[in-house]
Design a protein around this ligand. Structure first.
Ligand code: 3PG
Ligand code: MG
Length: 398
């Protein structure tokens, strides 16, 4: 795989279009979690150091057309807090003559943020004209938006045919760290939670390359159901049961470790009275909301000798403290493993790690959700394919 990379590309003094993933969780008009913004700072600082004019392009949410609710204003406010001495200008649009002229007039080392790319349906349609209009603003393109690298969108894919295109510092770090989960040092353990089995590719890959797959979260109920075990009122996703049943038929299915017990309640409430029940004793009136103590011990036993741990998906309903025990305790345990490479991906997993202040105890917490899962499944990311094509097109012409 040959790509241009920001670290060794002559960008000095250039106008650079930096695709970032500032699709951050929002709460009451404010940025709730600024992790993705902080993760983009090294590339921004680097470009400032190289006296570039920086045009940041990102999406936020899934708007249908222009909408103030999805404006990047709060994101720019947060970015300005991180770079207090820098001039950061939010532009009212992401393409057009006026935008171009405003950028041209400003000095180098100014940071521009284009308004939400997804205000244009052409972004998600990977439209070449739209991509060309974006490319028209700059001289080179840097992709630092690892979290969107599984999307074949105009600002990720089509744009790379118009500008010499390279990986940013975060993008490269993500590939480098996550590749340790793709070629794991053994023993290797995949810890999988969340609600749905929408990551069959990751499970299949892990069945081949990992030693154990520990299944928690609501996902465990799909596996139990697929084995014909009653799961009471617990959250079940019908598609996941079908997927789980297929996986359980594979010769490597012996690697899958399911929970032994759950913390269950009679109602779905943060204050519900709880009881510990065996995995096959979930009565019709009970909902399983967290892994029980026997399961926590069992999972720790498998994790203890691991040299590689990949974690995707919370293990219980961690938003409510009564049901956060397994996610917190196993998270803490993984963070303390003395010589394991520990990787986590997925929005909810990162959210849980931040909530329990465990973020910095892991080797790497990806800024990608779907992108990390796709990469760890061994699939070629559309963004990487696009950067490779751009390399072939522009090499020798720089
Ligand atoms: C994300 O947060 O998952 C990325 O920014 C991609 O956004 P999307 O899932 O809306 O395409
Ligand atoms: Mg997503």
């Amino acid at each position: 795989m040959k790509l241009f990379s920001l670290a060794n590309f002559p960008v000095d003094g250039k106008t650079v279009l930096l695709r970032a993933d500032f699709n951050v969780p929002m709460e009451q008009g404010k940025v709730k979690d600024n992790r993705k913004i902080k993760a983009a700072l090294p590339a921004i600082q680097y470009l400032l150091h190289k006296h570039c004019k920086i045009i940041i392009a990102t999406h936020l949410g899934r708007p249908k057309g222009f909408s103030t609710q999805f404006s990047l204003k709060p994101v720019v406010k947060e970015l300005q807090k991180r770079l207090p001495k820098r001039k950061i200008v939010l532009l009212p649009d992401c393409i057009g003559k006026d935008i171009r002229e405003t950028i041209q007039k400003e000095k180098t080392q100014t940071i521009f943020v284009l308004e939400n790319l997804r205000f244009y349906k052409e972004e998600e349609q990977n439209d070449s004209f739209f991509a060309h209009s974006l490319a028209n603003l700059a001289e080179v393109y840097v992709n630092d938006a690892f979290g969107v690298s599984h999307r074949k969108h105009a600002s990720v894919d089509a744009i790379t045919q118009f500008l010499p295109s390279m990986t940013g510092l975060l993008f490269e770090k993500e590939l480098q760290e996550l590749s340790k989960g793709l070629f794991p040092e053994k023993p290797a353990v995949l810890l999988l939670g969340g609600a749905k089995l929408n990551k069959v590719g990751l499970v299949e890959q892990a069945l081949r390359k990992f030693d154990h797959l520990l299944i928690g979260g609501a996902l465990a109920f799909s596996f139990l159901k697929a084995k014909g075990i009653s799961t009471g009122l617990s959250k079940i996703d019908p598609d996941s049961i079908v997927a789980a049943a297929k996986i359980l038929q594979k010769p490597e299915a012996y690697k899958i470790i399911l929970p032994l017990d759950f913390v269950a309640a009679e109602s779905f409430s943060p204050k519900a009275k709880t009881e510990i029940v065996k995995y096959n004793q979930l009565k019709p009136n009970l909902v399983g909301l967290d892994l029980g103590p026997e399961t926590i011990s069992l999972f720790k036993k498998y994790l203890q000798p691991a040299k590689t741990v990949v974690w995707n998906g919370p293990l219980g309903y961690f938003e409510w403290s009564k049901f956060a025990v397994s996610t917190k305790e196993i998270g803490r345990f993984i963070g303390q493993l003395p010589d394991a490479i520990t990787l986590a991906g997925g929005g909810e997993t990162a959210e849980a790690l931040t909530k329990f202040h465990l973020h910095h105890t892991l080797t790497h917490v990806s800024t990608g959700g779907g992108a990390a899962v796709e990469y760890l499944s061994g699939e070629k990311l559309p963004a990487v394919a696009a950067l490779e094509r751009s390399y072939k097109k522009f090499k020798g012409k720089i």
